[in-house]
Design a binder for this molecule. Structure first.
Ligand code: ATP
Ligand code: MG
Length: 765
C-alpha cells in the first residue's frame, strides 16, 4: 500500500486499517485506549486518510471530532500533507463547531433565526444579570454565576426547564429563572455554548429526515479525546451514528482515561465504559510511547500509579532515559520567573526554538509574573487563553455593533453598545426601554418605537444609526463592513480621544485584518460550505455571520501574531494533546497544584493528578518542575508546601537544582495567608532577598522603602506617566545609570519592567 502506513507500529497499523464493516456486513466500531504520546491522534488522522485513499469513504462522509479548533486545523493540515484532497467540505471540528454548522444549515427546523448569534461565557453572564434585573430578583440570593452554572449543568444533562424537578422554593425559583432565560434567548435569537449542543441534539432527535440524512452521510465517525465527552455529547454521538438502528455507522473513539480532566464541566470517563457496552468496539491498546524520553515517562507512570480509578495500561519507550527531570525550589514567584527566564535564555543560546518551549501553570493568574520576566528579557512569548483578542472590551464592542447588523433583536449586544460611545442615553431611558420590551414581549430593538419623550428620541437615533449602517454596508465585503462599522459607530473616535486608547485603536484596526484573514482562510467568497447532496440545504451563513461565529468559538484559541517564533504559555488544561521539546511546569505547591478546591475530595485529587499526568507527558526531551516558598496570588502572599505530586515522582528520575530543606517550612501550616503587599522588590535577586523567618519584613509598604537614586531622578513609590501604558507607580528600581530599570505598576496594563534610559517615563508627582 501507500506510504501513509509506513511508519506505524503493528498495533497502530491494526487500528488504522481495522475494517469499518465486518464480514457479515455489519459496521464495526473501535476504541483505542492508550496512554499519552502513544500515537492516538496520529492513528486517528491516518485512519481518515486510509479510509479515503482506499475508497471506503469519501471526504464528505467523514465526521471527526477534535477537542480544540487548533487540533482540528492541525488535523486538516496533516491530511492535506498526506494526500491531495480538498478538506474544505469536511466535517472536522469541535463538538461546538460542528453543532453550529448543523444549526446554521437547519435553523428553521431548530427553531432559530438564520442570524442567530452565539453567546460566549461572558456574554451569557451579562445576559443572566440583565434577566435578573428585569425580573427584580435579588442577585445576592440568586447569584448570576450560580444560575449560569445551574443552566449549563442542566443543559449538559439534556434537560430543559420543563423537564426539571421543582423541589424546594430555591430550586423552584432557579428552574423558573432557567425558563425565563430560555425565553429571553429565544426572543433575542441567541444561543449559549451548551445550547449549541442541546439544540442540535434535539434537532436530530425530533426530525427524522434530517437525522437519517446525516446518519447515511456520516458512515465514519471519529472522536479524539473521547474520555472528556459529557453525557449530552455522548447522546449526540449515538444519535448521529444511528446507534440502535439496523444500519449504524462505524465509530472510532480514541482516549485515555488517565487524561480525563474535565469532570468539573460534566465530562464523564464512564462514557468509555458505556461506549464499550453499547458499540461493542474492537479494542486496541497502544503501549509504545513515541514522545518522551525515559525519565519523563517514568515520572508520569509513577505519578499516575497513585490513582485508584484506572482502566489500567502501561507506557514504555525505546528512546533511552534522556536528561533527568529538573526540580527547582524558588523563594518567591519572582525568583521562580527569573529562573525560568535564565533557563530559557540558555536554551535559546544553544539553539532551541522558542515555540518548542512551553510554560505550563495550573491557574491563569500565575502567568502575569512569568510574562513580566519574559517581557523584560525581550523574549517573545504567546499566551494561550487569558485575555484573548476576541475578549477584549473594544473588540467586544465592535462585535456587538456587527451582531446588531445581523440580528437587531440581540439584546445583549444592544445593551452593550446603546450608550457606548456615550450618546446621552441614561440609565433611566434604558430602564424605560427594558420595561416596554417586557410589556410588549419583544426585543429592545422592537420596543424602541413605543417609547416617547426623551428616551424615544435618543434611542430612536441609535436605532437609525444601526439601520443606516446595515443599509450602507449591504454590498460591502466583510473587511469593508468591519471597517465601516468601527468608524461610523464612533468607536474609533472614542478611543482616539482617550488618553490610553492607542492600543485599543490598534486592536480595532486589527479586527479588520482578522476579517480579511478569515475570508482568506475559510474561502467564503468562493464557495459557501459544500453541500453534498440534493436534500441537504446549502449552509445559510453570510460571511459576517460566519465571522461572528468564528469570533465566539475561537476566542479560546491563540490570537497572537501568526508565524512569530514565541515561547508558549498556557494552562495545563489548554495543553492537552500538544507536545513540546521543553516543558516547564510551574507552581507545584499544595493549594495551587493540586488546587485547594480539590484537596479534600478523593475524586478531585485524582482529577488533579490526571492533570499533572497530562502536564508531564507534554514534554519530549526536557522537563522542568518548579515550586516556590511564597507567592503573591489574588493580592495575597501565600506560603505553600511543595506539591505532594513532587513526592510521588521517582527519585531516580529527578535532579534537584536547589538543596532540599524540609525543615525550613513556615510553621508547618500547608497554606498561610498573609496581608497583601506590593510585589516587585524581590525580582531577580538571590533567594535570600525574602527573609524566611520574619513576616513583618516582607510586608513593608512601598512608602517605607528607602529611596534610591538611579541617575534618572526616579524613586520607588513615585507616580509616573508612560506614553503607551499610561499612569503607573514605581514598585522597584534596579541598577544604575544606563542599566537602571524600574518596575512600574500601570493602572491599566499591569506591572512592567522598563529600561529607564529608553522608556519614555515622565514623573507626575
Ligand atoms: P496525547 O494522549 O497526548 O494526545 P497521542 O496518543 O495522541 O498523545 P500523538 O500526538 O498522536 O499521541 O503522538 C505523539 C508523538 O509520537 C507525535 O509526535 C507522533 O508523530 C509520534 N508518533 C506516533 N506514532 C509514531 C510512530 N509509529 N513512529 C514514530 N513517531 C510516532
Ligand atoms: Mg492526542
Amino acid at each position: 500500500m501507500t506510504n501513509i502506513l509506513n511508519n506505524l507500529n503493528p498495533e497502530q497499523l491494526e487500528a488504522v486499517t481495522l475494517p469499518p464493516v465486518s464480514e457479515a456486513g455489519q459496521s464495526q466500531s473501535a476504541m483505542i485506549l492508550a496512554g499519552a504520546g502513544s500515537g492516538k491522534t496520529k492513528v486517528l488522522t491516518t485512519r481518515i486518510a486510509w479510509l479515503i485513499q482506499t475508497h471506503q469513504a469519501s471526504p464528505v462522509g467523514i465526521l471527526a471530532v477534535t477537542f480544540t479548533n487548533k487540533a482540528a486545523k492541525e488535523m486538516l493540515t496533516r491530511l492535506s500533507a498526506m494526500m491531495p484532497i480538498n478538506t474544505r467540505g469536511m466535517w472536522v471540528g469541535t463538538f461546538h463547531g460542528l453543532c453550529n454548522r448543523l444549526l446554521r444549515a437547519h435553523h428553521k427546523d431548530a427553531g432559530l433565526p438564520s442570524t442567530f448569534q452565539i453567546l460566549d461565557t461572558q456574554d451569557q453572564l451579562s445576559a443572566i444579570k440583565r434577566l435578573l434585573k428585569s425580573l427584580k430578583i435579588d442577585d445576592e440570593k440568586y447569584p448570576p454565576k450560580q444560575l449560569q452554572y445551574f443552566i449549563a449543568h442542566a443543559k449538559e444533562k439534556g434537560m430543559r426547564s420543563k423537564d426539571m424537578d421543582r423541589g424546594d422554593s430555591f430550586q423552584n425559583t432557579m428552574v423558573e429563572l432557567y425558563q425565563a432565560y430560555e425565553e429571553q434567548c429565544q426572543r433575542e435569537g441567541v444561543v449559549d455554548f451548551a445550547e449549541l449542543l442541546l439544540r442540535s441534539y434535539e434537532l436530530l432527535k425530533h426530525h427524522q429526515p434530517i437525522r437519517e440524512h446525516y446518519q447515511e452521510r456520516f458512515r465514519h465517525i471519529l472522536v479524539d479525546e473521547f474520555q472528556d465527552t459529557n453525557a449530552l455529547q455522548y447522546a449526540w454521538l449515538k444519535l448521529i451514528s444511528g446507534y440502535g438502528t439496523s444500519n449504524p455507522s462505524s465509530v472510532f473513539a480514541v482516549g485515555d482515561d488517565d487524561q480525563s480532566i474535565y469532570a468539573f464541566r460534566g465530562a464523564d470517563v464512564e462514557n468509555m465504559r458505556l461506549f464499550e457496552r453499547h458499540f461493542k468496539p474492537y479494542l486496541v491498546k497502544l503501549e509504545q510511547n513515541y514522545r518522551s524520553y525515559g525519565h519523563i515517562l517514568d515520572a508520569a507512570n509513577h505519578l499516575i500509579a497513585n490513582n485508584t480509578e484506572r482502566l489500567g495500561k502501561n507506557l514504555r519507550t525505546d528512546a533511552g532515559h534522556g536528561e533527568p527531570v529538573r526540580v527547582y525550589e524558588a523563594a518567591t514567584d519572582g525568583t521562580e520567573a527569573a529562573w525560568i527566564v535564565d533557563e530559557i535564555k540558555s536554551m535559546i543560546n544553544t539553539g532551541s526554538t522558542r515555540s518548542e518551549i512551553a510554560i505550563l501553570y495550573r491557574s491563569n493568574a500565575q502567568s502575569r509574573i512569568i510574562e513580566h520576566g519574559l517581557f523584560s528579557a525581550g523574549i517573545p512569548y504567546r499566551v494561550y487563553g487569558g485575555l484573548r483578542f476576541f475578549e477584549r472590551a473594544e473588540i467586544k464592542h465592535a462585535l456587538a455593533y456587527l451582531r446588531l447588523l445581523e440580528n437587531p433583536n440581540d439584546d445583549t449586544s444592544f445593551a452593550r453598545v446603546v450608550n457606548f460611545p456615550t450618546r446621552g442615553i441614561g440609565a433611566k431611558s434604558i430602564e424605560t426601554l427594558q420595561d416596554s420590551a417586557k410589556l410588549n414581549n419583544c426585543s429592545f430593538y422592537a420596543a424602541a418605537p413605543y417609547l416617547e419623550g426623551k428616551a424615544g428620541t435618543s434611542i430612536g437615533a441609535f436605532i437609525r444609526l444601526i439601520d443606516h449602517m446595515r443599509d450602507a454596508t449591504r454590498h460591502y465585503t466583510l473587511p469593508e463592513t468591519v471597517d465601516y462599522v468601527i468608524q461610523n459607530s464612533g468607536l474609533i473616535q472614542h478611543y482616539v480621544n482617550e488618553r490610553e486608547g492607542q492600543d485599543r485603536v490598534e486592536n480595532l484596526q486589527e479586527l479588520v485584518n482578522a476579517a480579511t484573514a478569515f475570508i482568506a482562510e475559510e474561502g467564503f467568497a468562493q464557495d459557501t460550505v459544500a453541500s453534498t447532496s440534493q436534500d441537504e440545504p446549502v449552509l445559510e451563513m453570510s460571511p459576517l455571520a460566519g465571522f461572528l461565529a468564528h469570533a465566539s468559538l475561537e476566542a479560546g484559541d491563540n490570537q497572537a501574531q501568526a508565524g512569530q517564533d514565541a515561547v508558549q504559555l498556557m494552562t495545563v488544561h489548554a495543553a492537552k494533546g500538544l507536545e513540546f521539546t521543553n516543558v516547564f511546569i510551574t507552581g507545584l505547591e499544595e493549594g495551587l497544584f493540586p488546587h485547594e478546591n480539590s484537596i479534600n475530595e478523593d475524586d478531585g485529587l485524582e482529577e488533579e493528578r490526571r492533570l499533572m499526568y497530562v502536564a508531564i507527558t507534554r514534554a519530549k526531551e526536557r522537563l522542568f518542575l518548579s515550586h516556590t516558598q511564597s507567592r503573591l496570588l489574588h493580592g495575597q502572599v501565600r506560603y505553600n508546601l511543595p506539591s505532594r505530586f513532587l513526592e510521588e515522582l521517582p527519585a531516580t528520575s529527578l535532579k534537584h537544582l536547589t538543596p532540599r530543606n524540609k525543615d525550613a517550612r513556615w510553621g508547618g501550616a500547608t497554606t498561610t495567608r498573609m496581608p497583601s503587599w506590593s510585589e516587585g522588590s524581590d525580582w531577580g535577586g538571590p533567594a535570600a532577598t525574602v527573609p524566611r523567618s520574619s513576616n513583618s519584613a516582607i510586608a513593608a509598604p512601598i512608602s517605607s522603602l528607602p529611596r534610591k537614586d538611579n541617575g534618572h531622578g526616579f524613586r520607588v513609590g513615585q507616580s509616573v506617566f508612560h506614553t503607551k501604558f499610561g499612569e503607573g507607580r514605581i514598585l522597584a528600581i534596579e541598577g544604575q545609570a544606563e542599566q537602571a530599570k524600574a518596575h512600574v505598576n500601570f493602572n491599566r496594563h499591569g506591572a512592567k519592567w522598563l529600561q529607564l534610559a529608553i522608556a519614555k517615563l515622565t514623573a507626575i508627582d
